[in-house]
Ligand binder design. Sequence first.
Ligand code: GLN
Length: 203
Amino acid sequence: MQPVPTIGVLAIQGGVREHLRALELAGANSISVKTREQLSGVDGLVIPGGESSTIDKLARTFGLMKPLREARANGLPMFGSCAGMIMLADQIVGGIEGQESIGGLDISVERNAFGSQTESFETGIVVKGIHEPDREFEGVFIRAPWVIEAGESAEVIARISVGPHEGRIVGVRNDTLMATSFHPELTADPRVHELFVEMVMNS
Ligand code: GLN
């Protein structure tokens, strides 16, 4: 592995630019990934927030779903935020009919779980594994999913710590995959992306 990894951002739909910027801040080279060829050239892949049903549909239409699943099965590290979390979940609750995911994380995820009244909110989150883990990360939640259940192979790295949703799981990882319900790419704090860059470097 070269000292500076090249990390792709799946550029089908959603917040691509913000992740490209955050990855650069975290010390990686970042490129947009729209094709199978581009996918084969990256050391890791971010799946951005957006609309998971749209990302799924377009990925299948563009013939990217199979290569994405193969890359994931071959150990390509992936990080999904919000809709990206849904794309990495083995099970989706509240998906549209026929909605599929790349899968790989042994979690069951509920779409739009925080409900309409709290469609968007921010709260401080302790994220396990980031630099200065005691310093709360600013969690930005936009029509976000939460994790209903995490299997043994999925380590919980973040939970809501206050308010009506206290205790809800909003961050998980295993050896190569990581997912957050919130959007670290919408903050100026690079620590979650740094954690992913470390995962990529260690893979
Ligand atoms: N609600 C969206 C979905 O189900 C996710 C929202 C987001 O990524 N900000 O895909």
